[in-house]
Design a protein around this ligand. Structure first.
Ligand code: 4AD
Ligand code: MG
Length: 447
């Protein structure tokens, strides 16, 4: 490095998304080479810095021969600092171009593994640590960021208190078949949390309205485009609330998230070629459909030959069933009153038809399926003891939970939403593995 370049690297950085404030002046940009074109005595290095990509113009006779030589052969993802003046150019992708005054190469790269040619998914997933730099992945994760921000804003402004639940837990919440077991101390087993709900029921009794938001683990042996073994779930819980209240909260919540994504992520939605009309349609109220009626729809579907097999009342919906039900509406649809037999032990029952649980799944359109699951919780101590026994769960591990029914038990309700499923839907992408920086799946724990 020349003395001049050391000085350049230590100069104050301007970010590409702030160029509009610097038109006509000189700035120092720090980043990585995204692409390079050249034409005789002009180089067009495209620089990315995490906030955007900008095209720079380096004229051979406007820079020193050393800088020209240093820039000339650079490969993709070389690290560099460019000093140049900002020019507004309506033809440029971001609206600005940089006329290069000088530059400093921090690292030359010539063998970047991800090239503009098509790569297979496995290859890209193996290179996830650098795949994150590409425009599309960048856009997806920016949308995720906005979904998370919207989730927090919505709940914080709606009177919910953030009260996070533990990751190590002594018992199952969502069934024993999907538990990850870990060795705790002195031979004691612990499990990675499947849901913070049981703890939320405690914090809702303490704060009225509470939520937790954190990593969630399911040892699910499903290799579908909707399943991760580690995902992020946000779970609001409200004291003195019913199934209806949960549905109202869900539709307001999703409408707000969609509006925030539309407002804040226009550029990213363009990169993803998302049909934004689909997102504009996510406006409360959403249709509410009783499980019985959803089953009727599926039956009509098989009569019309649109569903392959006849669905049997009592079963859980598979992905094709969910897709068919939601295709009957142009908005997310809330299916409620599922058979209790296919739901978790803590669900409250319909007083008139105790075989039905006061649970709801919100099914997203366009085949995205269940994004929210929730409902009203059972309040009776005796009933819950029975259910814990029926589900073959160890009662001693639930004593603290049963205390919530001993001391001030009230109707309460809540839901959980997977951030990745919501993000995939907002982005309109096929698989949720791209919506988390480093996905964990049945056959993937690396990088
Ligand atoms: O429907 P689930 O299992 O509900 C619960 O865990 C409740 N205890 C939540 C509550 O009421 N507080 O999961 C809720 C949501 C699903 O609708 C889905 O969005 C997401 O969590 N989810 C997954 N996301 C990615 N990969 C998986 N394996 C998921 N399992 C559930
Ligand atoms: Mg569910």
């Amino acid at each position: 490095m020349t003395t001049q370049s050391v000085a350049l690297a230590s100069e104050k950085q301007t970010y590409i998304n702030q160029l509009s404030e610097h038109v006509g002046s000189e700035v120092v940009l720090k980043g990585w080479l995204y692409n390079m074109r050249s034409s005789g005595k002009i180089l067009f290095p495209q620089l990315r810095d995490g906030t955007g990509v900008v095209q720079c113009v380096a004229l051979k006779n406007a820079i020193t021969p050393e800088v020209w030589e240093a820039l000339k052969g650079l490969g993709q993802e070389s690290a560099l600092v460019i000093k140049g003046s900002v020019r507004a150019d309506s033809r440029a992708p971001g609206g600005y171009e940089i006329d290069v005054v000088t530059a400093d190469v921090l690292q030359q790269v010539h063998d970047y593994p991800i090239t503009p040619k098509e790569h297979g998914t496995e290859f890209l997933m193996d290179h996830r640590h650098i795949w994150l730099r590409s425009r599309r992945q960048h856009a997806v994760l920016k949308v995720r960021h906005t979904v998370v921000q919207a989730v927090r804003n919505f709940l914080d402004n709606d009177g919910f208190t953030l009260a996070d639940s533990p990751i190590f837990t002594p018992a199952a919440c969502e069934g024993t078949t999907t538990l990850f077991e870990v060795d705790y101390f002195d031979g004691e087993k612990a499990y990675l949390t499947q849901s913070g709900q049981l703890y939320n029921e405690a914090t809702a009794a303490a704060f009225g309205k509470a939520y937790c938001f954190g990593p969630t683990f399911r040892a699910e042996k499903s290799k579908t485009r909707r399943h991760l073994t580690e995902f992020w779930m946000v779970e609001p819980e409200m004291a003195f609330a019913s199934l209806d209240d949960v549905m109202t909260l869900s539709e307001r919540f999703l409408s707000y998230i969609a509006s925030r994504v539309l407002e804040d992520r226009q550029e990213e939605l363009k990169v993803l070629e998302r049909d934004t009309a689909k997102l504009e349609g996510i406006v409360a109220p959403f249709p509410r459909v009783h499980y019985d009626d959803a089953v009727k729809m599926l039956h009509e579907g098989s009569e019309k030959g649109e569903m392959e097999t006849k669905f049997e009342w009592g079963g859980d919906f598979g992905a094709p069933d969910e897709t068919y039900i939601s295709s009957q509406f142009d908005k997310p649809v809330m299916v409620h009153h599922y058979p209790a037999a296919i739901k978790a032990f803590y669900m409250a029952r319909d007083a008139e038809r105790p075989e039905l649980a006061l649970g709801v799944d919100v099914l997203a359109p366009e085949g995205y399926g269940e994004v929210i699951g929730g409902g009203e919780r059972a309040t009776s101590l005796e009933f819950l003891k029975e259910q814990i026994a029926l589900h073959e769960l160890p009662e001693e591990a639930f004593q603290w939970y049963l205390d919530l029914r001993r001391y001030g038990s009230v109707p309460h309700a809540g839901f959980g939403m997977g951030i990745e499923r919501c993000t995939a839907w907002m982005c309109g992408i096929e698989h949720i593995r791209e919506t988390i920086p480093f996905p964990r799946m049945l056959y993937r724990i690396r990088p």
